[in-house]
Structure formats: C-alpha cells, structure tokens
Design a protein around this ligand. Structure first.
Ligand code: MG
Ligand code: NI
Length: 480
C-alpha cells in the first residue's frame, strides 16, 4: 500500500503551507510537494491605480516584510517618474532597510528557527518553540525581545510607524531626521550591534558545532545564486547591480532593470507561486537528479555572490565562513549562519549611516510629475531579491505590475530541498514527529514568506479534485 504523509500547517514560517510526501509500497519517498494555500494577487488588482499610491499599497502584501516592498516600490516609482532621490533621502531609505533587516533576522533566527537547534530537532513540539527557549535561556530571550522591540521603535522614529510605513515616497523620503532623533537612534544602534555580536558568538559556540552533521546532510542541493553587489563587488542590500552566480562560482553581473534578460518564470498548474529560473540554462527542471536553471536567493546567496563586505566585523565573519565552507557554499542550513553575518553587517551599516553628518540634511525628496513610463525597482529583502516592475500611462495610472518576490525565487529550491530531506530521513515507512520536523527544518532554513510570494493569478484557481472509490483507487481527476 502506498501512503501519503501531510504536514499541515508547516509551522514557524511566515504564511501557510503544507507539505505532501508520497511514499511507495516499501515506505520510501517517491515524491514530495510544497503547496502554498493562499493567494494574494496584488499583481492583478493594482492595475488601474495611480502609481504613486503603490509604495503605500504594497506594504499590505505582508505584515512581516512591509519595508522591503515599500522600498522596492519607491525605487520603481523613482524610475517611472525619472527622478533620483537626493543623497539624504536615499540614506534614510537605506537606514530603514538595515533596521528592518535586524528586526527580521532576529525574529527568524531566535524565534522561528532557533528552537530546532536550541531545543533539538527531536524535542517535544510543546517546548520546541520560543517558550522552550525562554525556559532554557531566559537572559538571551529577554535580550532578543528587547532589541527586536527596539528595532521597531527605531523605525517609528525614522518613519512615523514601523509597520505599513508610508515615509518613503516617489522621489525620496518624506520625513527628515532631526539631530536629537539621530542621537537617540545612535544609542539604540549600539545595543543592536552588541546583540548581533552576541548572536553569532552564541551560534558558533552552542549551535553550529553541535549540528554539523545535520547541516551537512539536510536539504542539501547544488544550485546557482542571485544577489546584489555594489560596483566594487561589496555586499549591498539596498542598491547595486544583480549578480547571478552559477554553481561552479562563475557569475554574470547586470543592472536590475535587465532582469528579464536573465530570469524567466516557469508556471505549474498546482501552485500560486511561479518558479523563476536562470533563462540561460534554456529549460527549467527541479528534478533532484537533473536540475536545470535553478538558483537561490536570500542570505546564503548574498554571502556567496559578494566579493567582500565593507564593514569590518561582518567581513571578518565572512572570511571565517569562506575558510570553512568555500565559495559558493551550498549547504542549505548554512542560510542560518549567513543570516547572522548579515545581522552583524546591518548593525554596522546602521551605525555608519547614523554617523554620516548628511543624514540630518533637510533635502530628502524631489518633486515628481506623472508620465507614461516603465520603471523597475529592486532591493534585497531579508528573504531574497525583490523586484517591482511597473508600467504607467500618460496620467501615471498603472497598466501592468509584475512582482518577483524573494521567496518566489526560492520556490524551486525549497521544493528540491524538501524532497532531498524527506528522502534522506524517511526510510522503510519509519517516521515520527522528529523526522517530519527535519523536513520542515529544510524549509525553515530559507525563511520563506509565503504571504509575500503568491501573486500568480490568471483567472484559474490552482485546484484539482481527485475522486477515489471505496478501496482507494483514483477513478477521476478534474483540474482547470
Ligand atoms: Mg511576478
Ligand atoms: Ni512577507
């Protein structure tokens, strides 16, 4: 008898997903699928709206990633209106980005993913969560919650509000930073840096050495990588050129508004998520034994594609990481390690920006006029390269919207890592809570945000109805 295992909902990720694992008669994994059971559809219903409303509308795509959409959208609007924000407007946007990153990376490492390592993959699900961590390391948990709250506070000072922001506007940033506010933020940024230093030391002592065998075996696939770098090859999370690296480490650099020359989107009838792939490969395949065109984004990708990091502490960590795992590093669970290097970079970068005397200049935005245009904006969201692509008519009304979201790039890799993990841990029909949790761990490494990623909608619903007779034989199947 064949059997289907269902993990639903996948826990400790952003959004709703289920995993189905099909076992063969011997109880080994035949196939797996990651189903995302929600639809946001912003690409469709934003058409017909004035483009300048987009930076405010897109923050509603997701309560976790509003800043990334807010900034990518503002940049797409800059391009549509043909303006470049003044240096201070740009710096304020970048500062908000770094603070939002810290909040996100702290959330993911300690609150969503950390329990698998701190409590252990096989721990009782009742304690394999933030409550368990609070019990085991109360001081760490208190500090984590405090600094996360502080990041939200910093965003409030910078932009008026932390969630669903509206301060970034076409042409710049609407709220100049006052000197007393800067001084207040500077103290908070020091505390963020101390936590970032603590987090990577803690993980290098208490987590990674203990789980090296899991890191080396779970969710392992080999792919290319996509991320953003400055002209000199340094890591950049707000602006720069895109770098698409092949799995052998060779790469191509291109401006982000040329993304369609390099990236295509494959569509599967069973998913609201598209499957972007490297167009140069010709054909898309996410078969484990013959993948084609697959690349990954998010922390590990950015740490792989950059030549260096231009802040000293993060650069020292990058060197140690590369000495251990090479470039490009492929092991999926290393996403966590790369995330902590980025946490450190963002703390250093926030301090650098706050120490820049220009940050309190009053010229933060330029005036814009509607026109018929096509504009593309791109930032590195915590969860991967985020592209907003808008077309407007002469009145500035949107006629076309395409979003390529960080998690969407990782759709095929997540499906592949889940299949690899399931095949590795489920053998001869034997599985338990801990084993199924290992399959979820392969997903969690990617820190997916599924609310953000589900925009494919062509008028048909990704629904299939299977009809089975009384003895379990499939007798009919209907799909649109
Ligand atoms: Mg899209
Ligand atoms: Ni999101």
């Amino acid at each position: 008898m064949t059997k289907t295992l269902v993990i639903q909902p996948v826990s400790r990720i952003e959004g709703h997903a289920k995993v189905t694992i099909q076992l063969d008669e011997a109880g080994n994994v035949q196939d797996t699928r990651v189903n995302v059971i929600e639809l946001r559809g912003f690409e469709k219903f934003c058409v017909g709206r004035p483009v300048e409303e987009m930076p405010r509308i897109v923050t509603r795509i997701c309560g976790v990633c509003p800043w990334s959409h807010h900034l990518a959208s503002s940049k797409a609007c800059d391009a549509v209106f043909g303006v470049e924000p003044p240096p201070t407007g740009r710096k304020l946007r970048e500062l908000c980005n770094s603070v939002a990153y810290m909040e996100e990376h702290i959330l993911h490492f300690f609150i969503l993913a950390g329990a698998d390592f701190v409590m252990g993959p096989d721990a009782d699900p009742a304690t394999r969560n933030i409550i368990g961590i609070i019990g085991k390391y109360p001081d760490v948990a208190t500090r984590v919650v405090k600094v996360r709250h502080m990041c939200a506070k910093m965003l409030e000072v910078l932009a008026g509000k932390a969630i669903h922001p509206d301060a970034s506007v076409p042409g710049g940033f609407s709220k100049p930073l006052l000197a007393p506010e800067r001084d207040q933020l500077r103290k908070m940024a020091d505390e963020c840096l101390e936590l970032a230093k603590f987090a990577i030391d803690f993980a290098k002592k208490n987590i990674f050495p203990q789980y090296l065998d899991v890191v080396k075996s779970l969710g392992v696939i080999e792919t290319g990588f996509l991320g953003t770098v400055k002209d000199d090859g340094a890591l950049d999370l707000y602006d720069g050129k895109l770098r698409l690296m092949s799995k052998d480490g060779t790469f191509a650099d291109f401006p982000y508004d040329k993304y369609t020359d390099y990236i295509s989107e494959h569509i599967e009838p069973w998913s609201y998520l598209k499957f972007p792939y490297d167009k140069r490969a010709g054909k898309f395949s996410m078969e484990l034994d013959s993948p084609n065109g697959i690349y990954r984004t998010n922390t590990l990708a950015r740490i792989n594609v950059c030549d260096f990091i231009d802040t000293p502490l993060a650069q020292a960590e990058l060197e140690e990481f590369r000495n251990n795992f090479g470039r490009p590093a492929q092991l999926t669970l290393l996403y966590h390690w790369a995330r902590l290097i980025e946490l450190l970079y963002n703390a250093e970068n926030a301090i650098r920006l706050l120490d820049d005397p220009k940050i309190t200049n009053f010229e933060t935005r330029r005036k814009v006029e509607p026109r018929a245009a096509h504009g593309i904006g791109c930032v590195e969201a915590p969860r991967g390269t985020l592209i907003h692509d808008y077309t407007t008519d002469a009145n500035g009304i949107l006629t076309d919207v395409n979003l390529i979201v960080g998690t969407t790039h990782n759709n095929a890799p997540i499906n592949m890592s889940v299949k690899q993990a399931a095949k590795a841990v489920i053998k001869d029909g034997r599985y338990d809570q801990g084993i199924l949790n290992r399959v979820e761990m392969a997903i969690r490494a990617y820190d997916p945000c599924l609310s953000c990623a589900t925009h494919k909608f062509d008028g048909t619903l990704a629904v299939r109805i299977d009809i089975y007779n009384h003895d379990g034989r499939l007798i009919d199947s209907m799909a649109n």
